[in-house]
Design a protein around this ligand. Structure first.
Ligand code: GTP
Ligand code: MG
Length: 423
């Protein structure tokens, strides 16, 4: 199939923990906080790399994790930030949020990159937590957890060569003869309903990909026949191989066929005409083909490759010609008109406010912000408890609990932990 797709889980790096330390040095009588902050956790960044062609590497990497930041240390030493983790993907890769389907990024240019999962910030050490009212706090923060999300990574595959032409000219037959693909072949029009992709391996072991595109007819760019659904795939091929039924067996003039297709390509995206193109004259085994070709050559001054796909004639030469063209053509991807700009979504994180659910005498508090605060709190001292409860109060959780009728001794739960409620 043309679309390659992988779902992977990402966990960005956790921030390093803050450090709780006090100054105890000779000649410095007052001491004071001395714990450094943790470093930021690594982000997970997707980066387009023109050297890649498939998502195969991701298939073996179902869960990508970034490194955590280093913990802060005494003597006010801050932990260093973790290096980001780079996931390389081919050009033409789209990254979507797996839950919502929202496009996070569409990477189309080499080296283009986007942060897909953010690393957590480092927890503050007690130096950074000092305030005027509490100049020497005896608490510190844990690092913030890294962002965790599932994404769907999609690649619209790029073929080196696209076989283009009217229905029944023999595109699928050519593909079946020169590549490992097994497309359906039949004498009626529109046998091929979606593009097939095959790999050609030459005698000297060079390989390139060829796509057999569904037949185009006049008006395809405006929706006739199978429409322009597949013309966009032509934008993603390096070379256009124009297949012409030279026999005229269906009553058309091969030259008109050629002009029709060129017009369709042009009205879909005029840049398509700037792509390298070769002309394949097929069905040369049929008697009328010789004459038709003579007339055709009078009007078209381009090199034409004569073949009979069904009899395997002229195909060895064709394979070599295409190989040289593929080798000597730089990646040339044109994009659909509406997405010429590549697309990167810069997200603004909004943390949902808390919710409280009552189950018997237990009040369960949920919400990103509260849970994060909880995870970042190191409950090793009385003071850190006080700080934690002050923060809950500021968020309005106490008021809400009281409104819901909480009373002394009831249980409050955040994540897996339970507290006894006291005023
Ligand atoms: N005589 C002759 N017939 C051919 C040759 N190549 C293909 N055909 C026949 O032409 C018909 C159409 O071939 P396909 O390969 O299905 O054509 P297509 O261009 O893929 O057609 P669509 O998928 O409908 O667009 C089939 O009946 C083939 O057997 C050839 O070199 N000589
Ligand atoms: Mg076909």
């Amino acid at each position: 199939m043309f679309v390659d797709e992988v779902i992977i889980e990402l966990t960005a790096g956790r921030g390093g923990d803050g450090c709780l330390a006090f100054r105890r040095e000779k000649y410095i009588p007052m001491g004071g906080p001395y714990g450094g902050s943790g470093g930021k956790g690594g982000d997970i960044i997707f980066k387009a790399d023109e050297g890649l062609r498939t998502l195969i590497d991701l298939r073996y990497q179902k869960h990508v994790k970034a490194n955590p930041g280093k913990n802060g240390e005494g003597k006010n030493k801050n932990g260093s930030a973790a290096e980001d983790t780079i996931v390389k993907v081919p050009l033409g890769t789209t990254i979507k949020d797996n839950e919502t389907g929202v496009i996070i990024a569409d990477l189309t240019k080499n080296k283009e990159e986007v942060i897909v999962a953010y690393g957590g910030r480092g927890g503050r050490g007690n130096v950074s937590l000092a305030t005027r009212t509490n100049p020497c706090p005896s608490y510190c923060e844990y690092g913030e957890p890294g962002e965790n999300r599932k994404v769907k990574v999609e690649l619209r595959m790029l073929a080196d060569v696209g076989l283009v032409g009217l229905p029944s000219v023999g595109k699928s037959t050519i593909l079946s003869m020169i590549t490992n693909a097994n497309p359906k072949i039949a004498s009626y029009h529109f046998t091929t309903l979606s593009p097939n992709l095959g790999v050609v391996t030459t005698k000297d072991n060079y390989s390139y990909t060829v796509a057999d595109l569904p037949g185009l007819i006049e008006g395809a760019s405006k929706g006739a026949g199978l429409g322009d659904k597949f013309l966009k795939h032509v934008e993603r091929t390096k070379i256009i191989a124009h297949v012409i039924d030279m026999s005229g067996i269906e009553g058309r003039d091969p030259y008109d066929d050629y002009i029709t297709i060129r017009k369709e390509l042009e009205s879909f995206n005029s840049k398509l005409l700037t792509k390298k193109e070769i002309i394949i004259a097929n069905k040369m085994d049929i008697e009328a083909s010789k004459d038709n070709l003579k007339h055709f050559k009078e009007k078209i001054k381009l090199p034409i490759y004569e073949i009979s796909a069904i009899n395997n004639q002229g195909l060895d030469k064709l394979i070599e010609v295409l190989k040289d063209l593929v080798k000597n053509t730089k990646e040339d991807i044109l994009y659909e008109k509406d997405s010429q700009e590549s697309h990167i979504l810069y997200k603004f994180k909004t943390e949902k406010p808390f919710t409280i659910i009552k189950e018997k005498n237990t009040y369960i508090i949920k919400g990103e912000q509260v849970e994060k605060l909880f995870k970042m709190t190191n409950f090793n001292t009385e003071e850190s408890y006080v700080r934690f409860s002050n923060k809950l109060r500021k968020m309005g959780i106490d008021d809400e609990l009281e409104k819901m009728g909480i009373s002394e001794g009831d249980t409050v739960r955040i994540l897996d932990y339970e507290f006894e409620w006291t005023k």
